[in-house]
Structures are given as structure tokens and as C-alpha cells.
Design a protein around this ligand. Sequence first.
Ligand code: AMP
Ligand code: MG
Length: 574
Amino acid sequence: MGSARDGTCREPWPLRAREPLADPTASARESCYETQVKLEFTNRAWGALPFDPNEENRTRQVFGACFTRVRPTPVKAPRTLAVAREVAELLDFTPDFTASAEFAEIFAGNRSLSGMDPVAACYGGHQFGSWAGQLGDGRAISLGELKNARGEHWELQLKGAGPTPYSRRADGRAVLRSSLREFLCSEAMHHLGIPTTRALSLVATGEDVLRDLLYDGNARHEPGAIVCRVAPTFLRFGNFELFAARDDHENLSKLAAHTLTTHFPELGAPSPVAFQELLAEVSRRTAELIAAWMAKGFVHGVMNTDNMSVLGLTIDYGPFGFLDDFDPSWTPNITDASGRRYRYENQPSIGLWNLVRLAHALFPLIGDVSAVEAALGAYGDTLTRARSRTLAEKLGLRALRQDETRADGSPCVPDATLVDDLFELLAAVETDFTLFFRHLADVVTDPAADEPSDEARFAPLWDAYYDASAVSADHRSRLLVWLRRYVARVRDDGRPDSERRQAMNAVNPKYVLRNYVAQLAIEAAERSDLSVLEELLDVLRHPFDEQPAHGRFAEKRPEWARHRPGCSMLSCSS
Ligand code: AMP
Ligand code: MG
């Protein structure tokens, strides 16, 4: 959602496509699945946090509440398009259940299981650097918190399940293209080892949704869909910010105490010191998260504080993207094209900016400026360490060398220049970020009687260049010089190529969900062909494996995709 004109990602709202089908009995219908399996909905947050006494489902300001009870709006013809079996297993759902028509009904919001108690959350947030006031779940509806057989708690949330009191002027729905992207990317991120909310299912609604994709007055009807997202909690920085902005310290304190005791029990009982520790821990997790995004070339696209998880998870997939060519100033978000606030290279500093907003919100509970500053300090410390660790891993080095002497006292060059020079070279000529690091593992560095030439050594890397023939002689020789330094550095580490290659291939993925690849799955799904979606879901389970039969999904962005909407840049219209 959003506007290309004012850059706020808030206006104009898509119009309501059509009135929802009213079926007041649908959610109360008894489920046959319950007769077979007993699911335990604990809804711990529901019990601990304040509720809106008003259950009227109309757009309004809601004060003093974390949640409003709201029913999903039933849809016409639910059809399950995909299920992530790993997430189904987390929830103890059997394959029979996920394949049933009943499953599609439940995860489209037409029916509920007993124990589900659907709510929309109330939160605020800073959008594009400005306080936006109350936002809230305008189209997400949490069904409940399920306790699985292993004693883990998972909150189940439908995205696109119809209007809530937080929908403002929008329709509460989601289109297939954005839902498919969220479904696939949540799972892809998990398999890449990046903290994220998960996705159980993608269900088509059988109803159209009206969207103006490019905000140019050309609205069109698109197929609608609903993703069921799964996470320990969907609490965001914005939940805390809204109470703080309204000086509602009583509810701020309840929310922080619940967060602490439920999600961070190791930090102790609620107290100013424990809340300081909470801020420090959220700072550490956010730093680890952003370091992981940077290492894999992920750009979130809308790092507003309402899209920042208090657990340090990637949350709210919208106009996100993975870098194709390494361009540090790239953002996939058309709405952010002028300011590029959420560009790749800016994500680490935005992480801190957002944490400072959270710190302001928690200040009344901590009450001491130096304690807040100390907690925020955890962000920079963690990020520096995580960056150093992930870069060393990407390069196949045991660790980045900070010193100017080796253990034996002999002089050496710190690795910072090797790293900085590489990124400068990658940015200067269109070079695929994912493929460059993947192929760097294949460069020969083992000492041999018959040493290869610099050119021969570089050969595996040319595939990462979008137009190798356009690389100037000067750039080429700088690349070869860099590679010579790299080979010398690897030899200094004493790590044989076979071991280095294995280590590098375990962190540098072959497969990421490139925007053009997601678009292939979307276009096929819009033609009712689910084969690309299914194949991708499977391929992205093993992003570090070669999987030669699926090599087409590892290719550089093709020329046709360079300027096509959805392939290079995306709008917030979802
Ligand atoms: P986002 O930028 O997608 O995180 O959304 C920002 C805010 O707009 C959140 O409060 C969302 O719930 C709300 N929102 C986005 N799209 C819709 C929609 N189609 N219907 C209702 N609310 C929406
Ligand atoms: Mg959001």
C-alpha cells in the first residue's frame, strides 16, 4: 500500500473491491478435524493483555487496548494453493488435515476451530521517519496461540482476512501476488537461516481484490489470497510506541511485563533492570537479523517501526527483494525510490534508528538515560561482531584479521581493506551478489607446482557479471589484483580448497527468492498453474545445495526482468 507521490506508504488506500459475503454462521460451524485431533489453544497474550471492550468492526481509534475481537470476513471459494509441511508439523497438523477442504475453509477464515479467538492488534509506528499514530492490524487477524505437543507456543495469523477496526480506508484483503511472495519468502528465509515469521498456508479466496499496482489510476481486479503466518508472537516495536505516545504507562507496563515473562523469561521478573535487559536483547537480536539480511543480500523495503518484530524476526513481507547486481543504494520499494531510506546499505543504521524509537517508548519503564544508552550500545557491538563473522564466512576465511601483526609477530594487512576493496569493485560494474560469492568458492588457491594464471583463476567468476564483455581492461586488472590478494590471504589461513569450498557453500546460497523468480511463480499461479510455486517451495528448502535440475532459478536476473514491475521494483500495493 502507499503512494508514489508523498512517499509515506499510507495513501491512497485501495478501494473496497466488493462487500464481503456475510455468513455469520460460518465461523461457528463445527469442525470435523476436532473430532480427530485435540489442539490446545492457550492464547496466553489474550489473557495477559488489555482488550478493546468495543467489538464493533468499524474503523476507529482504539485506546487502552492491545487487541480488538474481530471475525474474519468469510470468502466465496477457498482453495489451498500451498502448504509448508514443516510449519504444519510444528503445529501437529497431519497431511490429511492440510489436504482437506476443511483446512482451506479454516485458513481462509470461513470456519474456526474451538479455542480460536480471533483478534486484531492495536499498534502504532514511525513510517518513513515520521510518527504515523495508530496503525494496527488492518488486514491481519490472529486466530489464537496454539501449544504443540512439544510444548511450544505458536500464534496463527491470517493476512488478508477482511477489515478490522484498524483498516482505515482499506479493504482488509491481500492479492495473490503479494501473498505468494510472503508465503514463499518466509519459508525461503527460514531455510537460509534468517530469523523470520513462518508461513503455514496460501489459500486463494475465489474473490477479486481491486488494486492500483503502480498508483497511476489504472486500478484492476486481481485474485485475492490469504496467508496464514506463524510466529511465537507478532508483537512489534509499534505496540510499545503507541502506548508510550499516548502516555498510557499502565498498559505500556502490562505489555512490557508480558513480553518479558512470556518471550524473554531468562531476563528475570519485571523491573527497571529487566526492562533495560529487554531493550538490550531486542537490540542484539535486531543486529543479528540485519547482519543476516546484509550477508544474504536481502532488502526488506519497508523498515517502518510497525514492521519491526520485538523477537528480531523478519516480519511483514511487502516490497522486499534480494540484490541481483550488487548496488548498495538499491531498494525494491518504488514508494521509497526518491529518498531510498530503506536501501540495502542503509539497513544497519535504520535498525538503530528504529531501536531508538523503541528505547523512547520503554524509557518510562527504565527511567535512566544512561541505562537506555547502555542497552542500545548492544546493537553496535553485536552488529560489528556479526558483520565481521558473516563476512569472514562469505569469504571462506576463519576470521577477519583486525591486527597488523600475526601471532608470530610478523607484519600483515588487516582484512578490512580486502573487504572494502571487494565491495567497491562489485559495485563499480554490474556484478551478481549471490553468484559472485557462490563462485568465489570455486577459485583455486591450493599451492601447486603448476600455478594457474590470474586469468585462469578468475574464470569461475565471470558468470557473475551481467555483461562480462563490457568490463574495462582497467577494471579487469583491478579484479585480478584483488584476486591475487585473496589467494594469498586464504593461503595465510592454511585452509585447503576442499574445506574452504564446503564452508563457503554452506553460507553463500545458490538459490535466493529473486524478484523475477517470484514473478514467474506469480504469473503461473494467476493462470492456475501451481507448478512453479511448488517447485520453488521445494528448491528453496535447500538453498545451499547445487540442485542442477533447478538451475534456472539460480540465474542472474534476465534482461526482460530489468524494468518489469514485480521484477526489479515493487509497489506497496498489495
Ligand atoms: P504495511 O506497510 O503493509 O506494513 O502496512 C501498514 C499499515 O497498513 C498496517 O496497519 C496494515 O495493517 C495496513 N494495511 C495495509 N494494507 C491494508 C489493506 N489492504 N487493508 C487494511 N489495512 C491495510
Ligand atoms: Mg506492517
